[in-house]
Design a protein around this ligand. Structure first.
Ligand SMILES: Nc1ncnc2c1ncn2[C@@H]1O[C@H](COP(=O)(O)OP(=O)(O)OP(=O)(O)O)[C@@H](O)[C@H]1O
Length: 571
């Protein structure tokens, strides 16, 4: 799985049931088209002539094609139903959502139908392709601010409409923002979008993260609890999905997308997309503390204050403090926003076609290490990160990047026992990420989403560690026992001394492992305490700020009273 690929974790699906659902969604789409008098695109594959491959997702290939009877260019997303079995719900949802939405900045599908084991979604062809493909090909260091403003404003229009209709997109990123030759920007890919109307209102207070059903928060706003989206763009509350999330999760991803457009890639994308790593990051770094990190940075700022303020407001850890899409549209950053011709002149002009870019990127992939290898490369580059404990994160304002902070160590070669343990933990995380099958990671994430616990982030790390430890114990021990077994089978059992020596070695290693287990247990307890302390600190900070406001109000009131009293005396 590509790190920037969409992730959606949910229970397995019944294939026959799924085909029925797609059929039903499909019929609903057709009926909708009839009632809104939309042009009906042909529903048979022979009406389309595939011209080129223009992109690929996790289980889909996107083609540029021509609809022969209409003589118009289209994009066909061909989804492998066999490969995307766990995503059936997404596909159905995408078809249904798209059939109900109509907005200038939202990419609607013309139609969809099944071709053998594939679902074809026929869409308007957006000649510029996705912003991600544009950036990665021609703007690796990001776009200029005026161009970013145009893209973001158009995306916000779509988001504001979408939220107004009760939908969350849940996968906002440059890869899902498409642009046409005339600079029109459209939001696409509703595979993991969710509608609050799909779920009956429930007063359930369940915080189970295993279901995709939403629950109501104390503020009575709808809250979803399933883990959906793409890791680097995911809001903290989506990662900590047991607490529930709502429209503001899209605003976080929008903020990350702004940084992606500005910087060429999302923050932290140089780190492996291990969920536990992201949990650590979002826990430790408060984007709302941006100002703290600004102090002392005297370098030349590439981006305006308005841009940074806008991004910082989207990246507030507290979803309730993030602005709505509608409010964001009124942010000063968008005040003097240019028109789409700005994109035509500065981004699209001279840009190779989407198919050419895709071909080039494929060749690049073949000749250079794969994404996974890239991450391996990243991991090698970050050998120091693995070797040393990260104590926090600094925000590099100029680079709009998070940088790890390491506690000073006397020498890298003289690590303490505790550091050793942490190195193992971090290494294990990296191993998980590099597991080719990805099943381990996905399975862990699935397990995480099933956890009904308030200390989910602590459990994630430690479950992985414990699981790893247990597995290595089992493997090691079974091979050792096998060896002893081999000795037995070999008839050397009469050599008591050899047997005793072997057993002593085994005992020693078991004691060593027991020590490791104890160490891990201490770490888990330590993390829990750390979490409690963090929560208390946060609570105290909030209380102090509330008291300060109250004090300020009282001071103003008494000032007013004093003024009134003076006036009274003068009169
Ligand atoms: N309607 C379209 N017109 C032109 N190009 C398109 C269109 N739809 C998709 N593409 C191109 O195909 C690429 C892949 O799109 P797709 O939606 O399958 O994958 P993704 O969003 O990158 O991945 P995933 O959805 O798996 O996270 C896009 O990045 C874009 O360049």
């Amino acid at each position: 799985m590509h790190p920037s690929s969409t992730t959606h974790f949910k229970p397995c699906f019944n294939f026959t049931l799924y085909l029925n659902i797609v059929q039903a969604s499909f019929m609903a789409t057709k009926q909708e088209e009839k009632s809104t008098k939309r042009v009906q695109y042909p529903l048979d594959p022979s009406s389309y002539k595939i011209l080129d491959e223009i992109g690929a997702g996790v289980s889909a290939i996107v083609y540029k094609a021509i609809c022969v009877p209409m003589n118009s260019l289209v994009a066909i997303k061909s989804i492998d139903l066999d490969r995307s079995r766990p995503d059936f719900d997404d596909v159905r949802r995408e078809a249904k959502t798209l059939s109900l939405l109509s907005h200038h900045n939202i990419l609607n599908a013309h139609c969809c139908f099944t071709v053998d084991q594939r679902l074809w979604v026929v869409m308007p062809f957006m000649a510029g392709g996705s912003l991600q493909s544009i950036i990665s090909h021609s703007f690796p260091d990001g776009l200029t601010e005026p161009c970013i403003a145009v893209v973001l404003k158009e995306t916000l229009n779509a988001l504001s409409y979408l939220h107004g209709q009760g939908h969350l997109h849940r996968d906002i990123k440059a890869g899902n923002i498409l642009v046409d030759t005339n600079g029109t920007v459209k939001l696409a890919d509703f595979g993991v979008s969710a509608s609050i109307y799909e779920y009956p209102n429930s007063s359930s207070s369940s915080t189970s993260a295993s279901t995709s059903a939403p629950c109501l928060s104390s503020s009575s706003s709808i809250r979803l609890t399933d883990v959906a989206g793409t890791p680097y763009w995911m809001a903290p509350e989506v990662i900590h999905s047991h607490i529930g999330y709502s429209f503001k999760a899209d605003i976080w991803s929008f903020g990350i997308t702004a940084l992606e457009l500005a910087h060429g890639r999302p923050p932290l994308s140089h780190l492996p997309p291990s969920k536990s790593m992201i949990l650590k990051i979002t826990k430790r770094f408060r984007f709302s503390d941006l100002d703290k990190y600004r102090k002392g940075h005297g370098g030349k700022n590439k981006f305006s204050k308005a841009f940074k303020d806008m991004v910082a407001s989207c990246l507030d850890q507290d979803p309730s403090k993030r602005p709505t899409a509608e409010k964001l549209l009124k942010h000063p950053f968008f005040k003097n926003c240019k028109g789409s011709d700005c994109l035509v002149k500065n981004v699209l002009q001279g840009l190779p076609s989407v198919e050419k870019r895709y071909k080039e990127s494929k060749i690049m992939h073949e000749t250079t290490p794969s994404d996974d290898d890239d991450h391996e490369g990243d991991m090698v580059k970050q050998e120091n990160v693995k070797q040393r404990r990260i104590s926090g994160w600094n925000f590099n304002e100029d680079g709009l990047e998070l940088e790890p902070v390491f506690p000073p160590t006397p020498s890298d070669h003289h690590q303490t026992k505790e550091d050793d343990a942490i190195v193992k933990v971090v290494r294990f995380e990296s191993e998980m990420v590099h597991d080719e099958s990805q099943e381990h990671d996905v399975a862990s994430l699935g397990a995480i989403s099933k956890l009904n616990t308030s200390a989910i982030n602590v459990n994630v790390n430690n479950e992985n560690v414990a699981e790893h430890l247990m597995m290595s114990c089992i493997v090691d021990r079974s091979s050792r026992v096998e060896k002893i077994g081999g000795v037995q089978v070999g008839g050397v059992l009469n050599n008591k001394e050899t047997m005793l020596t072997t057993l002593n070695v085994l005992k020693g290693s078991l004691e060593q492992e027991l020590g490791q287990v104890k160490l891990i247990m201490n770490m888990i307890q330590g993390e829990e305490i750390h979490q409690v302390v963090d929560d208390r600190q946060e609570h105290m900070d909030q209380e102090i700020s509330r008291l300060r406001t109250e004090l300020e109000n009282e001071r103003k009131k008494s000032l007013q009273l004093e003024l009134q009293l003076q006036n009274f005396r003068l009169n």
